[in-house]
Design a protein around this ligand. Structure first.
Ligand code: PLP
Length: 459
């Protein structure tokens, strides 16, 4: 079938989707009376659906993924050429794009040295959890096996990563969960949990309290998002990261930064953690690594950690006994190499910083105009606007109202996001994460759509 929506009626495709596809994160009852949207084509930030309708995508494919925008022929060509040469080999052998991308990536990550390939953010995070558990066995005599995670953060959809979900509704109804995953308080200053001046330090001290309560000799690692994404675009307050690093060093706790959203430019630097000058032990990344042109994720660590997995070749247990079948696809690293070249050569980190500042200024102007915007926050092209019924009480608007704003933007042809059904009572933050190629006109169009939508929904 010719999939050109300009020439053909694609209602057959929509019918097939409706009959047979189980959509992610969707309550399907709605499709008994409506049609699911099926996208057909994209270019830059523009998307067209099967009815030929055009949209401006301000969330990079729905979930912060398409960092370099749609329709990149150079990535498609690089993948095509590589697939013809060699598409795949898994297990202990390597391949050319895997070696070259690892080298290029490590150039951007001083202090890190090893890249382990898999396919999704969840998988990349699970690899770390397994490494931490193996280190507990090999180095700490079975101690230091617990992993801390933060309220409101998210790390994936498998049972292991859901055990570290700081968003309760995502994990509900899929338990019971494995033991040893322990929450620490979130650090959103807008919703203060401590009445202190130095909020960043206080929020990090709360991690130390959990470590002392659990026993430092039981805690092996902590996993944190550099900027919390789906949990409400939470930028940690000043002083937070320095104190986190200090605590990790003091108690010999491995620091795992989940860069699945922030990695590869989203905040205006290659990685979100680099905004804070910290040195993690593990960094995981997925979405922006190949901008959705191929499935790839990476678990990156230091030579110090890597050495623990090769120290005793005579011991049959002294290596990481893990494989990811599709970690052997060459399409992932070859797309990732081209993705990185585009970010560098088109100056997309600089554009992210400049356009992020413009978007932030526009959102701040909207905050002056619309009392419903309680807080505006973000870093680079990763922004959120938290909607509240009352600025003094900070009572969140209902989830349905936040969704109504998203729907009103969609009606104007602009796709934005909102924290959704994961945080009871806090599904009230509008989320923006356009491609890093976004222009000033596109930023203005996105924030104008929000302006109109807020007026329609809240008056
Ligand atoms: N970590 C973070 C911070 C995420 O936002 C996500 C997905 O949204 C994941 C991990 C899981 O990634 P994936 O859906 O590729 O498994």
């Amino acid at each position: 079938m010719d999939l050109d929506y300009k020439k053909n009626d694609l209602s057959q495709v929509v019918a097939a989707d409706k009959a047979h596809v189980w959509h992610h994160l969707s309550q399907h009852k709605q499709y008994e009376t409506t049609d699911p949207r099926v996208f057909v084509e994209g270019k830059g930030l523009k998307l067209w659906d099967a009815t030929g309708r055009e949209f401006l995508d301000a969330v990079s494919g729905g979930v912060w993924t398409v960092n370099v925008g749609y329709g990149r022929e150079s990535i498609a060509n690089a993948v095509r050429d590589q697939l013809i040469k060699l598409n795949y080999y898994a297990g202990a052998a390597g391949n050319v794009p895997a070696a070259l991308f690892a080298e290029k990536l490590i150039e951007k990550m001083p202090g890190m040295s090893r890249v382990y390939y898999s396919n999704s953010g969840s998988e990349a995070n699970e690899k770390v959890y397994k490494m931490v558990r193996q280190i507990a066995h090999r180095k700490h005599g079975g101690k230091k096996w617990k992993i801390l995670y933060r309220e409101r953060d998210y790390h994936g959809t498998t049972i292991g990563t859901l055990a570290t979900s700081g968003q309760p509704q995502r994990a509900e109804q899929y338990g019971p969960y494995p033991e040893g995953f322990v929450p620490v308080p979130h650090c959103l200053e807008y919703r203060k949990q401590w009445d202190v001046e130095d909020y960043g330090r206080r929020a990090a001290d709360a991690i130390e309290e959990v470590i002392l309560r659990e026993g430092p000799d039981t805690v092996g690692a902590i996993v944190l998002e550099p900027v919390t994404a789906g949990g409400g675009v939470i930028v940690p307050p000043k002083g937070y990261w320095e104190r986190v690093q200090e605590i990790c060093r003091q108690y010999d706790i491995l620091l795992h930064i989940d860069e699945v959203v922030c990695g590869l430019g989203r905040t205006g630097m290659w990685f979100g953690y680099q905004q804070y000058g910290i040195q993690p032990d593990f960094v995981t990344m997925a979405k922006g690594v190949a901008s959705g042109y191929a499935a790839i994720s990476c678990t990156v660590t230091t030579e110090r950690v890597f050495d623990l997995f090769k120290e005793d070749p005579s011991d049959s247990m002294s290596y990481f006994r893990d494989i990811s079948t599709f970690g052997g696809c060459t399409s992932g690293p070859v797309a990732a190499l081209e993705n990185m070249r585009i970010i560098e050569e088109e100056g997309l980190l600089e554009n992210t910083t400049a356009m992020g500042a413009r978007c932030m200024a526009n959102l701040k102007a909207l905050q002056k105009k619309h009392a419903v915007i309680g807080d505006v926050r973000g870093l680079g092209l990763f922004l959120g606007a938290e909607l509240v019924k009352d600025r003094t009480t900070k009572e969140p608007v209902d989830e349905k109202q936040a969704q109504a704003v998203v729907a009103e933007c969609l009606a104007q042809g602009v796709i934005i996001g909102a924290t959704n059904r994961s945080l009871p009572g806090f599904n009230n933050t509008l989320c923006l994460s356009p491609a890093l190629t976004v222009t000033a006109e596109e930023i203005d169009r996105i924030t104008n759509a929000i302006d109109v939508a807020l007026t329609k929904v809240f008056g």
